[in-house]
Design a protein around this ligand. Structure first.
Ligand SMILES: C[S@@+](CC[C@H](N)C(=O)[O-])C[C@H]1O[C@@H](n2cnc3c(N)ncnc32)[C@H](O)[C@@H]1O
Length: 258
């Protein structure tokens, strides 16, 4: 899967859900003025922007391994500590932050246990460690309907890339278990539901053509006639919307204390 894409395309694809999700996650994590926070796998900075608004840009840090995303973060948040790096090896000292958050990231980690342990390491004693992951199997409507359409046009190809079956953390309790497994205490989990609006079907479809995420990877791998069939089927599965429409997305979250 690729995150080496233009930040603008990522924002049209997934970033459009990110601010509302970030606000809800920051609230669950108890983030308030006077704290310092780290955004792990910050992407184009949707959660980072929420943290900057709540805590002040100089009190936050953001890290992401993608070169274009790290560059966009540095440009968008010049007063913050922005680093290019991975969750499994966070480039920060022990006990550096009051809160450490990862939004839509733990399912992409090569070693989630190591990433979670690193997040706990850089949190202060008593600090908050939080993460959210889409409910890929059901409640993330954009992706669920996309993979339904993809399976209808290329069952085997879709199965090879479908994040619903290929990734961990699709179930409600999985991040809670990950958090407890690295020794975080008072771990609380649950769901966050957000929604976004699209001006028309192409507003939803175009980022897939730019190859964003596993769905985009799949779309650009198709022959033109299969790609056209996928577009038609996806539109059909969504009820052939005429003009603007809304899609709901559910995420699972976990928050624990160090
Ligand atoms: C779906 S995006 C989420 C971005 C952002 N947190 C948001 O809410 O919009 C997943 C992000 O995880 C990052 N990522 C992938 N592997 C990672 C790793 N090993 N450590 C940290 N971040 C990683 C990607 O570069 C990408 O920015």
């Amino acid at each position: 899967m690729t995150f080496a894409v233009a930040p603008e395309m990522y924002d049209r694809f997934m970033g459009r859900y990110g601010e509302a999700l970030g606000r809800a996650l920051a609230e669950k994590a108890g983030i308030r003025h006077g704290m310092t926070a780290l955004d792990v796998g910050a992407g184009t900075g949707k959660l980072t922007g929420v943290l900057a608004e709540l805590l002040g840009e100089a009190n936050i840090a953001a890290v992401d391994p993608s070169e274009p995303f790290a560059a966009a973060l540095a440009e968008r948040f010049p007063a913050s500590q922005v680093r290019r790096g991975s969750a499994e090896e966070l480039p920060f000292e022990d006990e550096s932050f009051d809160a450490v958050c990862a939004q839509l990231v733990v399912n992409f980690l090569t070693d989630p246990e190591q990433g979670a342990a690193e997040m706990a390491r850089v949190a202060r004693e008593g600090g908050s460690v939080a993460a959210a992951v889409w409910d890929y199997r059901d409640g993330m409507t954009m992706l669920r309907t996309f993979w339904e359409a993809a399976a209808a046009v290329d069952e085997r190809g879709a199965a090879a890339r479908d994040e619903r079956t290929r990734m961990r953390f699709g179930e409600r309790e999985e991040i809670v278990e990950l958090w407890e497994g690295v020794g975080l205490r008072d771990v609380e989990g649950g769901e966050i539901v957000v929604s976004t609006s699209y001006s028309d079907f192409d507003d939803l479809w175009e980022p897939f053509l730019a190859g964003v995420g596993p769905g985009g990877d799949f779309t650009v791998s198709l022959e033109p006639d299969v790609q056209a069939a996928l577009r038609k089927e996806y539109d059909r599965v969504l009820g052939s919307p005429e003009g603007p429409f809304e899609l709901e997305a559910r995420a699972w979250y976990a928050v624990g204390k160090k």
